[in-house]
Write a protein that binds this ligand. Structure first.
Ligand SMILES: *Cc1c(COP(=O)(O)O)cnc(C)c1O
Length: 404
């Protein structure tokens, strides 16, 4: 195994990349409005007559941004998926098909209430859920498919819709990483039956923590609202609880920050999208690495992450953390990324606890791509100017060449 050496030469990128999050006076001003109003939570009224609450305004604006008709804000992206699963009718012991290459929350959201994640492999060319593997995994217990738009790249929503319809399953989009992404000209999130986003600190739209559920189906959105509001009924009586729900309300303070952040969003999405295209062109010519597939149906990519992968032969000779460390020494923030979820003992144990069965999932592509080949460049790099993108490409080339 070739190792990192000290003979590194001058680093490629000297200037820092933008820090995250980015905020200004506007966020402070809206926050102050909220503080003064006395309406701090997602329930209860204001001390100021005719005060306009921020959460409904944000829900409307964000839904519109993603081309959806309804938005229901919640505390985070993990529980947003839980609510989406419960809204489409997933019950304990039902199976939910999902990709093995994703953040652990995609699986936890189901396991938290006893729904069973069924992991299927991803496509090597995209790292996205492989629709043919989805179809093979359908059983009489399957209730839903969770498509994860990893890095910001939408999964094949057309093919997944066909499969969902054929087997009468719900299609849920985990769009936590796909703010601003478009599939055939339409914002993701409500292209499936229901979809979810996260506003956790690292995400491309953030209030520190937070999440939202989108849908074009009013009944589903109302059901999601009810599950996130202790089983209340929209426009019902205060102590009317027609079902069992959680309290997952976001606060007005978070909505204030998000409304400020949204005024910067379109420009940031465009910049990441354009810079990623430039980085594609520059990295495309470097021997030893590969770009993920560019599906023409992805008309805009929000790029929470910029991902590429090492050639298999190269990856077998080197240690991925070593590659990432070297990129860091060149001034480029990067990461080794996820381990396939079917490899986590905690998840397999939890599935065993619920089902009484030892389930083994075979996801060789997700395992190999996660362990050995995939490299992430974080979204802040894509917010830099063109020079920053040229520097990132130069650094990748320099690091690859250090192994050849
Ligand atoms: C961030 C993320 C989540 C979870 O969101 P939180 O707000 O951190 O709970 C779920 N799925 C994916 C793919 C994510 O990236």
């Amino acid at each position: 195994m070739k190792k990192l050496t000290n003979q590194h030469g001058e680093l490629v990128r000297k200037a820092p990349y933008p820090t995250w999050p980015i905020s200004g006076e506007l966020e402070k001003q809206i926050l102050e409005d909220v503080i003064n109003s006395g309406k701090w939570g997602g329930s209860g009224g204001s001390n100021i007559p005719d005060y306009e609450a921020k959460l409904p305004e944000f829900e409307k604006k964000f839904a519109l941004f993603q081309d959806a008709s309804h938005g229901v804000s919640v505390v985070n992206g993990t529980l947003a998926i839980t609510v989406a699963l419960q809204a489409v009718g997933v019950k304990p012991y039902d199976e939910v098909i999902m990709p093995s290459y994703t953040f652990i929350a995609t699986a936890t959201s189901a396991l938290l209430f006893g729904a069973i994640p069924v992991f299927v492999d991803v496509e090597e060319q995209s790292l996205l859920i492989d629709p043919e593997e989805v179809e093979k995994a359908v059983t009489s217990k399957t209730k839903a498919i969770v498509a994860v738009h990893i890095g910001g790249t939408p999964a094949d929503l057309d093919r997944l819709r066909q499969i969902a319809d054929k087997y009468n399953l719900a299609l849920i989009e985990d769009a936590a990483q796909a703010v601003g992404s478009e599939w055939k000209g339409r914002g993701v999130g409500a292209i499936g039956d229901i979809g979810t986003f996260s506003f956790q600190s690292s995400k491309n739209l953030t209030s520190g923590e937070g999440g939202i559920i989108l849908s074009n189906n009013k009944q589903l959105a109302d059901k999601a609202w009810s599950i996130a509001n202790v089983g209340r009924v929209r426009d019902g009586a205060w102590y009317q609880h027609d079902e069992i729900g959680w309290n997952l309300r976001m606060t007005e303070l978070q909505a204030a920050v998000l409304l400020g952040q949204m005024t910067r969003l379109e420009k940031q999405v465009e910049r990441r999208n354009q810079n990623a295209k430039l980085l594609n062109d520059l990295l495309n010519t470097i021997e030893g690495i590969h770009l993920f597939k560019q599906d023409p149906r992805v008309t805009r990519n929000g790029h929470h992450l910029y991902m590429f992968y090492l050639d298999r032969t190269l990856s077998e000779q080197i240690d991925k953390p070593d590659f990432v460390k070297k990129l860091g020494l060149e001034g480029i923030p990067s990461a080794t990324g996820y381990t396939a979820l079917n490899r986590y003992k905690s998840i397999i144990q939890s599935i065993r606890d619920w089902t009484g069965e030892e389930r083994i999932y075979n996801c060789p592509v997700a395992e190999r791509m996660g362990d050995q080949q995939t490299i992430w460049i974080t979204q802040t790099v894509l917010l830099s100017d063109e020079e920053g993108i040229y520097d990132a490409a130069k650094a990748v080339k320099k690091v690859v060449q250090s192994y050849l």
